[in-house]
Design a protein around this ligand. Sequence first.
Ligand code: PLP
Length: 396
Amino acid sequence: MQLSSLLNRFNEPETLKMAKLGRELRAKGIDVIDLSLGEPDFDTPQHIKDAAIKAINDNWSHYTPVPGFLDLREAVCTKLKRDNNLDYAPENIVTSTGAKQSLANAILALVDEGDEVVIPTPYWVTYSELVKIARGKVVEIRTTVENGFKTTAAELEAAITPNTKVFMFSSPCNPSGAVYSKAELEALAAVFRKHPNITILSDEIYEYINFVGKHESIAQFADLKDRVVIINGLSKGFAMTGWRLGYIAANATIAKACEKLQGQFTSGTCSITQKAAVAALTGDLRPSEEMTEEFTRRRTRTLELVKEIPGFKCFEPEGAFYVFPDVSAYYGKSDGTTTISNAADFSMYLLNTAHVSSVMGDAFGEPNCVRFSFANSMGNIEKAWGRIKEALSKLK
Ligand code: PLP
């Protein structure tokens, strides 16, 4: 059987591959600690679960409007005003089965064959693959641990060509944890003002998991707002990864285009999830704040433990729940059996020797780094980093 050539254009997510390998070892009875996956380990807050149970009992069991129920889109607008001081109307909002689908909708709505999409490295695995699916061209801007994994106006300007269609980034960033300040966004905005045909995809899904202060959206610059597509969702901030709820806020033309695409792919997301999402977006944010407080404690402890590892160069994450150290000091080293040549070898060595799963940086466009999550219990974090330290001490 001949499968379509589309399948050869993109890769399966490396994050999911590592989680699968970890599960396979666990099935053999090995105690694997998972620092590979990107999801809060908390339960969804009770008031959100209650709203879902009520929605089931009230028989919200039918197909929904493709962009989502009106009350949900109004709730997204309320959230954008409350948290970001941004004015949007329900016609600007399309909800979906996760920020991943929202990104796919937006890329497919905007990118044609040969269009260039500028993405600063490191970036979330899915960005480059979606661009490839759309037959666009990924143009990377390489940022490094030394410059806080952020792109500058000069680097952005240099990456732009007449074929640039889209710039996409996340702040807080998965995997680096970089968070753009208002001044840093203003510097990028000045470049975008000179290039009016570029659309900016601003992935803000880690908005609430911010360790350095207030979240800033590039959509706050009024003259750019119409060219910004905000991507967000409930997975990270409300511990709702399995519920599948993402959304965009965009100009009405892009919103309509996303609705058209989604109308053929999935239709509206789960009705029960939508009703629960209204409770999440308009309800008490204290449970979300408590999760971030716990992530803050784990971040502090993780950074203490990472400092004990010789050879790591580690940026202190300003948001999200990952550390993303440069591990290249270990390249060329061996324990007598295994030689580490790259981040993939490094990750596999830790999985097989320390029984800790991580994700190699290549998947994020940064081959010298490896991503370790701290969305795991303090006990597991302590245990995992103890094992990592011991396994790495055997490499000479
Ligand atoms: N954007 C970033 C930066 C992410 O890390 C993730 C999930 O890992 C997503 C989007 C997708 O989130 P969702 O669960 O809403 O599809």
